[in-house]
Ligand binder design. Structure first.
Ligand code: GTP
Length: 313
């Protein structure tokens, strides 16, 4: 994503993570400032990190780090927060990567997968707007052909972004649509093709078959496509996101994760175990409903905002 208005996005990140950082500051940091070094404080730290959904493995390592740091009675809140941010960033740095559709082959094909309601359509719409804003020729393809409402919503986003919209009537073969759309995009010199897919988990194997068929058919047009498969996960479902990562990550060749709705939860720490469970890195995060609220994932900025410090990267 275009990160030109830097100050703006850092502020949005802090605002978006304010529910999580409030929880961290009120519980974790204040406990530790009150009772530095004691075993009780370390136990409370562990409890609060688990409550923030950081997961047992990262929590153990962070508690160990605090044990080594041996904060004295004079430790300030900022020192404790800085140490916590550093420990969280350490957990995430190797899971950070960029989504750069304009730096790859043309047309750059991105497939969006994830359960209904995770924020797939919104994420795709925000990306379309960002890319057309940068002058790219963008095609949006609605492969969730069974749900008219989903199609309509995507159409609104595409029109707003000034992108071309491709869809079919109810129940049409999504793979056939993907094939025709990519063929047209290649012939007409599109820069980017963004493909929305269905997310009905009620029939997991049918859904996975459908996704795999779309991928197979895209490869007939361009053997390298899709160049990116983004799995969209909703942070407000907490540790259920781990389950969704398992289901999609295993079958859909996911190459990047997008975690949305981080503004809607006090447990934004869930990003840590999800990132660590996945073979794919985190590429984007959503911290609000606005177009600018979809941001490139930056482990250091995220960690600082999560503990309520001003992000500096
Ligand atoms: N607060 C907040 N809301 C978001 C964010 N991302 C998406 N949403 C909202 O989440 C809701 C669901 O998003 P959709 O994009 O419709 O989700 P979807 O996965 O496409 O779901 P279907 O349309 O049901 O397939 C919408 O109301 C979005 O506005 C975010 O980062 N923060």
């Amino acid at each position: 994503m275009n990160d030109a208005p830097k100050k703006g996005w850092l502020q949005r990140l802090s605002d978006g993570l304010s529910r999580s950082s409030r929880q961290m500051t009120e519980q974790v940091v204040s406990t530790f400032v009150r009772e530095p070094l004691s075993e009780t404080a370390l136990e409370q730290l562990e409890e609060h990190l688990l409550e923030s959904d950081l997961g047992p493995a990262a929590t153990d390592r962070i508690v160990e780090r605090f044990r080594e740091l041996r904060f004295g009675a004079g430790a300030s809140e900022v020192e404790v927060k800085t140490a916590l941010a550093e420990a969280v960033a350490n957990e995430l740095r190797s899971h950070e990567a960029r989504y750069e559709p304009l730096n790859g082959p043309r047309p750059f094909v991105t497939l969006f997968v994830g359960v209904n309601g995770s924020g797939k359509t919104t994420t795709l719409g925000k990306i379309a707007a960002d890319l057309t804003g940068q002058g790219a020729k963008v095609m949006v393809v609605a492969c969730d052909t069974f749900r008219a409402a989903a199609r309509e919503q995507l159409k609104v986003w595409a029109e707003r972004a000034g992108a071309t919209f491709e869809s079919r009537r109810d129940g049409a073969d999504p793979a056939g649509l993907a094939f025709d759309a990519l063929t047209r995009a290649r012939a007409e010199g599109y820069d980017v093709v963004l493909i929305d897919t269905a997310g009905r988990l009620q029939n997991k194997s049918a859904l996975m078959d459908e996704l795999l068929k779309i991928v197979r058919v895209l490869k007939k047009v361009d053997p390298e496509a899709p160049h990116e498969t983004l799995l969209v996960l909703d942070a407000t479902v907490g540790r259920n996101a781990l389950e969704q990562e398992k289901i999609f990550g295993r079958t859909a060749y996911v190459s990047g994760l997008v975690m949305t709705k981080l503004d809607g939860t006090a447990r934004g720490g869930v990003l840590v175990p999800v990132a660590q469970a996945s073979d794919a890195p985190i590429k984007l995060i959503g911290v609000g409903e606005g177009i600018e609220d979809l941001q490139p994932f930056d482990a250091d900025a995220f960690a600082r905002s999560l503990v309520g410090l001003e992000a500096t990267s």
